[in-house]
Write a protein that binds this ligand. Structure first.
Ligand SMILES: C[S@@+](CC[C@H](N)C(=O)[O-])C[C@H]1O[C@@H](n2cnc3c(N)ncnc32)[C@H](O)[C@@H]1O
Length: 234
């Protein structure tokens, strides 16, 4: 599904910086995992919000490459990041990068962890298990042995709304089908009129199935505390 965020992209920054994600917290958690390593890959850079914080807070010699498949998101990332990062229009399914990265991360990007109390899931923009396996295998090939995969943790998908600057209202609706797929509708309203609507589908893998899937592709869970889970690429 190319261009998955096209309809939401012009409101994306407004929604995300209104308290949806704490980008400073994610950047502060990513940096110690990178340590002195240099070659970093972001999976689903969006408009570049977390990349911007990482580059501002991290060492000056960090080499960041970032991919996304939505043109309208990447265009904003280009404006925000300029030549501080190498941006590539790429679908994770066709990822074809040399084995040149020490760390890959996804903050609400292609994959992330959903946590609800003691329960957790791997949430994926890719609906089919075989697509996830293919994309994770390609990703493993791009990460040097001993490198890391970092996935952000967020709360469960739930119906919610939030006022935005300029009198706009953000609302998200969530439906879950029996196979565990989440259908999320995002609405932006201006004075009761819907000015943007984005529908996205997510596949949620329960904790054990997620661990098995990631292990099959070469990623072993190392740390599941805090706002990021860390996998080591064996
Ligand atoms: C919620 S945004 C997160 C953006 C950014 N990481 C942030 O923190 O704001 C998810 C991004 O993942 C991208 N994405 C989803 N599926 C993808 C795929 N198959 N290949 C590449 N990018 C994808 C979308 O285009 C979107 O920009």
């Amino acid at each position: 599904m190319p261009d998955s965020y096209a309809d939401l992209s012009r409101f994306y920054d407004l929604v995300m910086t209104s308290g949806y994600y704490d980008y400073d917290a994610y950047a502060h958690a990513i940096l110690p995992c990178i340590g002195t390593r240099k070659d970093v890959l972001e999976l689903g850079v969006g408009t570049g919000l977390v990349a911007d914080r990482l580059l501002a807070l991290g060492p000056g010699d960090l080499r960041l490459t970032a991919i996304d498949h939505t043109d309208s998101m990447l265009a904003q990332a280009r404006d925000r990041l300029g030549d501080r990062a190498r941006l590539r229009r790429e679908d994770i399914l066709d990822l074809d990068l040399p084995s040149a990265f020490d760390v890959a991360y996804s903050v609400g990007g292609v994959w992330y962890i959903v946590q609800d109390g003691e329960e957790s899931w791997l949430s994926s923009h890719l609906m089919e298990e075989e697509d996830n396996e293919r994309a994770l295998t390609n990703l493993a090939a791009a990460i040097r042995p001993g490198g890391s995969l970092l996935l952000s943790v967020q709360g469960p998908h739930r119906r919610s709304d939030r006022p935005l600057p300029g009198g706009l209202l953000y609302t998200q609706h969530v439906e879950v089908d029996p196979a565990g797929r989440h259908l999320k509708d995002y609405f932006i309203e201006d004075q009761g009129v819907v000015v943007a609507h984005q529908r996205l589908r997510f596949r949620l893998f329960p904790r054990e199935a997620a661990d098995r899937l990631l292990r099959r592709c070469g990623f072993h869970l190392q740390d599941s505390e805090g706002v990021l889970w860390q996998y080591v690429r064996r």
